[in-house]
Ligand binder design. Structure first.
Ligand SMILES: C[S@@+](CC[C@H](N)C(=O)[O-])C[C@H]1O[C@@H](n2cnc3c(N)ncnc32)[C@H](O)[C@@H]1O
Ligand code: SF4
Length: 456
């Protein structure tokens, strides 16, 4: 069970550096060219599970939010989604037969904005998936929703199509902030849509929020969080705005002078953390909160929480198949990624029925480190003996260097270590990324290229 986070300003000054989010280990930055459908087949044959989590990427959005770091395509042409679905259909038809021994226990539609699709296009996609994959009767079916552009009957249609989980992008309720990031949204409309989802019986309703956006102030963000708590979502992601203007051109449109200072940003997160705990949410880790009776919070208390490319999840033990442009799969010991841009994705699907372009095959060392990092980032505690038994290693000898890197963090009270366990303390759980970084063999190279966002 995670210790309640505490705030220690001197530690924050020292440790608030850049670091990976560890939605996988090795991280997606390590993926290299040269991977194809053959590697997927190999991965399936080597995998010891026959339970599947499906991720479908729908890249389209109607309007560009300037802060956005997602893989998306801005368009007003609805017919582009028909063309996309034609290619997705081909990809599904070529991949699904490889998974005929699997049952699908989790489906997630992400983006971009999956609800860019019309109700007819959404029905087409779901029918395709139902025809070509075998779902368990209790499968979780989730979808990311932009509440600003939701067709009037879409929530009802989604329910009828079998979706039982929804995630709303809210980000901030303040009108000035919304204008600065080119994401105007009517507060009352958002409230009505979340209420409708609650009335329709969707479970684990999630809200995405961001702190660190232009024109946000400590006061304005407090108000935003109050309004959010009133809405009572089951889960909340409070993302630290990742500002990487060299990678995402639209972020250059945001005025540096409008950005909250590092001090204000930290205060926003601190206030949010305290207020969310007070309002009865459990801190799951990094930027996630869940009501104490939500599955995610229960899974963490039971030691069954997982983490994959979609973040924290209750379903990490299954293989993950990603379909659509830029999507990532993790099957057995391999991580595989599709083409990131639409044109090459369409070309590859048309010519080969498969758009896998990059990947990595995890070696034994990767597997050991991935297990350690996942355990720490999900449970905030690690039993060395469990890892020793699982991988036939002597933990302290195998991780001599990592434990050396961890020692200063231990001296600063971020972790405690003894012969048996490594435990993240209440002071340390805000720095879980830094703690995991001690076990990351690839890191030195990445840090040099400064390709990560700050941890808080
Ligand atoms: C695919 S979007 C969610 C669905 C929909 N497109 C929307 O915006 O409502 C995924 C989430 O990523 C987060 N996000 C996007 N760009 C980000 C950035 N630069 N830093 C932090 N979070 C970001 C936002 O909270 C957003 O809701
Ligand atoms: S935040 Fe969502 S709606 Fe905005 S551009 Fe990114 S993916 Fe599209």
């Amino acid at each position: 069970m995670i210790n309640l986070p505490t705030w220690d300003q001197s530690l924050i000054n020292k440790y608030n550096v850049s670091g990976p989010r560890y939605t996988s280990y090795p991280t997606a930055l390590e993926l290299a060219p040269g991977y194809t459908q053959e590697h997927l087949v190999e991965a399936i044959n080597e995998s010891n599970t026959r339970v599947l989590s499906l991720y479908i990427h729908i890249p389209f959005c109607h309007q560009l939010c300037y802060y956005c770091g997602c893989n998306k395509v801005i368009t007003r042409h609805q017919s582009k989604a028909d063309v996309y679905l034609d290619h997705l259909e081909q990809e599904i038809k070529s991949k699904a037969p490889l998974f005929n021994k699997y049952t699908v226990d989790q489906l997630h539609l992400g983006g971009g904005t999956p609800t860019f699709l019309t109700e007819a296009q959404m029905s087409r996609l779901v029918k395709l998936l139902n025809t070509h994959f075998t779902f368990t009767s209790s499968a979780q079916r989730g979808i990311e929703i932009d509440p600003r552009s939701l067709a009037p009957n879409m929530l009802i249609t989604l329910k009828e199509l079998g979706f039982n989980r929804v995630s709303f992008g809210i980000q901030d309720f303040n009108d000035d902030v919304q204008a600065a990031v080119n994401r105007p949204q009517d507060k009352q409309a958002v409230i009505n849509i979340v209420h409708q989802a609650q009335t329709l019986g969707f479970k684990s309703i999630n809200a995405d929020m961001i702190y660190g956006l232009p024109l946000q102030s400590i006061e304005s963000y407090k108000e935003t969080i109050e309004q959010l708590i009133e809405l009572s979502p089951d889960r909340v992601s409070v993302f630290n705005y990742a500002h990487l203007p060299e990678r995402f051109a639209a972020q250059r449109k945001l005025k540096e002078t409008d950005m909250p200072s590092p001090h204000d940003k930290l205060t926003m997160f601190k206030n949010t953390l305290e207020r969310m705990l007070e309002a009865g949410y459990q801190f799951i880790g990094m930027d996630h909160f869940a009501k104490v009776d939500d599955e995610l919070a229960l899974a963490q208390r039971k030691g069954e929480l997982h983490r994959n490319f979609q973040g924290y999840t209750t379903h990490g033990d299954c293989d993950l198949l990603g379909l659509g442009v830029s999507s990532i799969s993790q099957i057995g010991n391999k991580i595989l990624q599709n083409e990131k841009d639409l044109k090459p994705y369409y070309h590859a699907i048309t010519v080969e029925g498969c758009a896998i372009t990059k990947g990595i095959a995890l070696g034994q060392d990767d597997m050991i480190r991935a297990t350690v990092i996942k355990q720490l980032i999900c449970q905030f505690e690690l039993n060395k003996r469990t890892i020793e038994t699982q991988f036939n290693i002597v933990f302290d000898r195998y991780f001599e260097q990592a434990l050396g890197a961890l020692q200063p963090l231990c001296d600063d009270g971020l972790v405690t270590m003894n012969n048996e366990t490594i435990t993240v303390t209440s002071k340390g759980n805000l720095f879980i990324r830094i703690i995991c970084m001690c076990f990351d063999a690839y890191l030195q190279n990445q840090i040099k290229q400064s390709r990560f966002s700050r941890v808080i």
